[in-house]
Design a protein around this ligand. Structure first.
Ligand code: HEC
Ligand code: HEC
Ligand code: HEC
Ligand code: HEC
Ligand code: HEC
Ligand code: HEC
Ligand code: HEC
Length: 406
């Protein structure tokens, strides 16, 4: 009898140890869901998306969700369209057609009604939303002959549907969307025939948003390695941006913030952090005077023309921006960055104290004003002249006219 008890106890102990051992060995594999690769880079590395980073970089992940970068492109749903579906507010009226934004079975679409002749009707699905909705949103439709931009966009300042920027006031042919358009608004896309002018994509394989892996490179190997080693192994699968040169750090941001660069030498999606941007595309703004650079999307060109940049050794975009946070309108934060360099001993502001006080000591209001873009303009109604969109200039200098503004 006693022997039997020992026998059973022995078995229980062995069983217990076996279960513990199994859990220990398979732990790293069981604790996490499997890594799902969204797309493969041209170099064979996999993009896994930011949700995979939460388990180890929770704080960065959570603040990243609030950024314009993360939200700059998504699959379109009724909920993420900021414009109205209500009758009377859902139509863009052109000379020859009305475009309305409608929904059917929970799916949004744009509906064009030709006003003359055969009164033809055209419907296009709304599949991808471009724009976090700070200034506006544009919509892409995925058709059998490829991806196109739709003509009705949503504009935040007027909270209304508008004719997409730079479209004429009549029904235009849909604009094909290729790598040259997508490169700044998604993390990775590969057209089905690897041609930069092609507009054919499998949209389920587009890594949407300007996500972690746009700035850090595809992270599949990093995730697999870190999961297995629980952070013990040093890894070289990701490029630490802190160790890059100033130009390399600037190039990560300049790949999207240096305006429309001239014809690509290589596919823009082949560019990875650490690469030299000028080997991928030429910056045709480089020989122009800073006064003729447009404020839209060219923060690199403007900043590098400023004395703050050329007369200091270290300044880059991260001097003022934390790429993991939404810092919109945090003027006090930005001003503290100006003051870090412009303290007593170095050059300080020479404007009168009263003017300074009238502007709440807000450096950027006077030295980095919001300027209307020459290249990004929208037609608000049929009759209006095109209205420019204001963008904060990165040409940091003296703007005497700003000092007298209210
Ligand atoms: C060279 C990079 C670049 C390309 C190419 C580009 N954009 Fe943009 N886009 C930007 C940047 C940067 C902004 C942010 C505003 C700024 O800096 O002027 C922006 C802003 C926008 C906005 C407003 C977003 C918001 O939330 O306020 C929309 C909509 C937009 N772009 C649509 C498009 C579409 C559609 C295409 C392709 C036909 C395109 N863009 C091509 C860089 C680009
Ligand atoms: C717009 C580009 C950009 C995006 C998007 C981005 N990062 Fe970063 N990240 C950087 C830069 C630049 C640095 C280096 C910061 C510095 O030099 O001060 C950095 C640094 C880091 C570091 C090093 C530690 C630290 O805090 O400095 C980690 C970890 C990191 N990022 C993780 C992430 C994760 C996870 C995401 C997505 C949830 C993400 N990053 C999204 C640009 C980006
Ligand atoms: C299982 C945990 C884990 C996951 C998942 C993970 N990381 Fe990390 N990551 C780490 C650890 C640990 C380090 C520090 C490694 C080191 O010091 O070499 C790190 C470092 C980094 C760095 C800094 C690299 C450097 O050289 O400075 C970046 C950037 C980064 N991770 C991005 C990401 C991104 C993007 C994702 C999601 C796609 C991700 N990580 C997912 C654990 C993880
Ligand atoms: C893949 C292209 C891409 C890269 C790389 C990129 N950006 Fe952006 N950035 C954008 C686009 C597009 C927007 C506009 C997003 C929107 O509103 O829809 C934007 C917006 C911003 C904004 C305005 C955010 C706001 O809330 O007002 C800042 C600041 C910014 N980027 C800084 C950076 C910095 C710094 C880097 C480099 C570390 C960088 N970006 C890299 C495409 C990019
Ligand atoms: C990395 C350090 C640094 C930062 C940060 C910085 N500056 Fe400067 N800035 C400089 C230097 C260096 C000069 C050149 C001074 C000289 O010529 O003696 C300069 C020059 C200027 C000038 C004169 C420009 C001209 O064309 O005459 C103004 C105005 C200015 N800065 C404003 C600002 C404002 C506003 C900020 C914050 C948004 C800022 N700076 C942030 C380093 C910096
Ligand atoms: C001297 C500080 C400073 C530096 C350096 C700097 N920025 Fe900015 N940036 C600002 C300020 C201030 C704003 C306005 C923020 C706001 O109004 O919310 C801004 C806004 C922006 C915006 C949004 C513009 C708009 O009107 O929508 C973008 C995009 C941007 N920065 C990109 C960059 C990039 C890319 C670099 C590097 C080439 C860079 N910035 C370097 C201070 C700086
Ligand atoms: C009310 C608008 C206004 C505000 C606010 C303002 N400035 Fe100025 N700043 C000016 C004007 C105008 C000048 C040129 C004055 C002159 O020389 O007549 C100037 C000149 C400068 C210069 C060049 C000085 C020189 O001698 O070359 C620097 C640097 C500067 N400002 C930095 C700053 C910083 C940093 C802040 C925030 C703490 C700031 N400014 C706030 C309007 C302003």
């Amino acid at each position: 009898m006693k022997k039997k008890i020992y026998y059973v106890l022995g078995l229980l102990v062995i069983g217990f140890i076996a279960v513990k051992l199994y859990n220990y060995l398979s732990g790293p594999f069981q604790r996490y869901s499997d890594v799902k690769v969204i797309a493969y880079h041209y170099n064979g590395e996999g993009y896994v998306g930011s949700a995979t980073c939460t388990e180890c970089h929770k704080d960065i992940y959570e603040s990243h969700l609030e950024t314009a970068h993360f939200n700059t492109s998504t699959l379109t749903t009724i909920d993420n369209i900021h414009g109205s579906f209500n009758e009377g507010e859902n139509t863009v009226s052109l000379m020859d057609a009305d475009i309305s934004i409608l929904e059917k079975n929970g799916k949004p679409f744009q509906h064009a009604q030709i006003k003359y002749g055969d009164h033809k009707v055209l419907d296009w699905s709304m599949d991808i939303t471009i724009g976090s909705g700070l200034k506006g949103q544009s919509y892409l439709t995925n058709q059998p002959d490829g991806l196109f931009q739709l003509q009705a966009s949503y504009f935040v300042p007027t909270d209304s549907w508008i004719n997409s920027p730079n479209y004429t006031n009549s029904l235009n042919p849909l604009r094909p969307v290729n790598d040259q358009c997508l490169k700044c608004h998604v993390t990775f896309a590969k057209s089905s025939n690897d041609n930069i002018n092609s507009n054919k994509y499998d949209i389920s394989k587009i890594a949407l948003g300007v996500d972690c892996e746009k700035c850090h490179g595809p992270a599949e190997r990093h995730v697999r390695l870190q999961r297995k080693s629980n952070g013990i192994l040093k890894d070289t699968t990701l490029i630490g941006l802190k160790s890059l040169s100033r130009q390399q750090r600037l190039d990560v941001c300049a790949s999207c913030h240096s305006g429309l660069r001239s014809n690509q030498i290589q596919n823009p999606f082949k560019f990875l952090p650490g690469d030299t941007l000028s080997k991928f595309s030429k910056n045709f703004n480089s020989l122009r005077p800073s006064t003729s650079l447009d404020v839209h999307g060219n923060q690199f060109g403007l900043l590098t023309s400023s004395k703050c940049f050329s007369k200091s050794e270290q300044m880059d975009c991260m001097t003022c921006h934390d790429p993991h946070r939404n810092q919109r309108s945090q003027n006090a934060y930005f001003n503290s960055k100006c003051i870090t360099c412009h303290q007593q001993n170095k050059t300080t502001c020479s404007v009168s104290e009263s003017k300074m006080a009238a502007m709440n000591n807000d450096c950027i209001q006077c030295h980095m004003p919001v300027i209307p873009s020459k290249s990004m303009q929208v037609q608000l109604t049929k009759l209006d002249k095109a209205t420019p969109i204001g963008v904060r200039t990165h040409y940091i200098t003296i703007y005497p006219e700003e000092t007298t503004k209210d």
